[in-house]
Design a protein around this ligand. Sequence first.
Ligand code: FES
Ligand code: FES
Length: 167
Amino acid sequence: MRFLINGQPVEVDVDMRTSLLDLLRDHLNLHGSKKGCNQGACGACTVLADGERILSCLALAVQYQGREITTIEGIAEDGQMHPLQRAFIEHDGFQCGYCTPGQICSAIGMAAEAKRGMPSHMTRDLGAEFITLDRHEVRERMSGNICRCGAYNGIVNAISEVFVEAE
Ligand code: FES
Ligand code: FES
């Protein structure tokens, strides 16, 4: 199978039943994406496919050939941390860090969804062309990413610093 992962073409011979998460972790040594529940309930495995957030534990790798996959290892640019990575550090957005790669990938995908006008349960104007994020939107839209350490205040602060306009 052929993939494009963090901008690099990759060719690998794996079982057709391999999940995208197992492909990343077990076959490509990209251990940033975490296996929390392996059943779509925790968000620790979140990666971006063409900029959209997906749960890689529920994705069959074979279906993602030809898509651009970005993992936490590909978020930084030119050796510079992504602003969200910096904000997580500044705001203590983690404790053990297990959920963090998924939180960061998810938040980037989440902000793109809002930009495209995809409403959430908290959105008042369902017809808006794009949605301006506030903390309520952030909390709702990030609710699929569980943090067992309960670092939620720091997580919301970090994401808000980067994606929420003046409150
Ligand atoms: S490991 Fe994929 S959602 Fe928990
Ligand atoms: S920082 Fe430990 S699970 Fe979130």
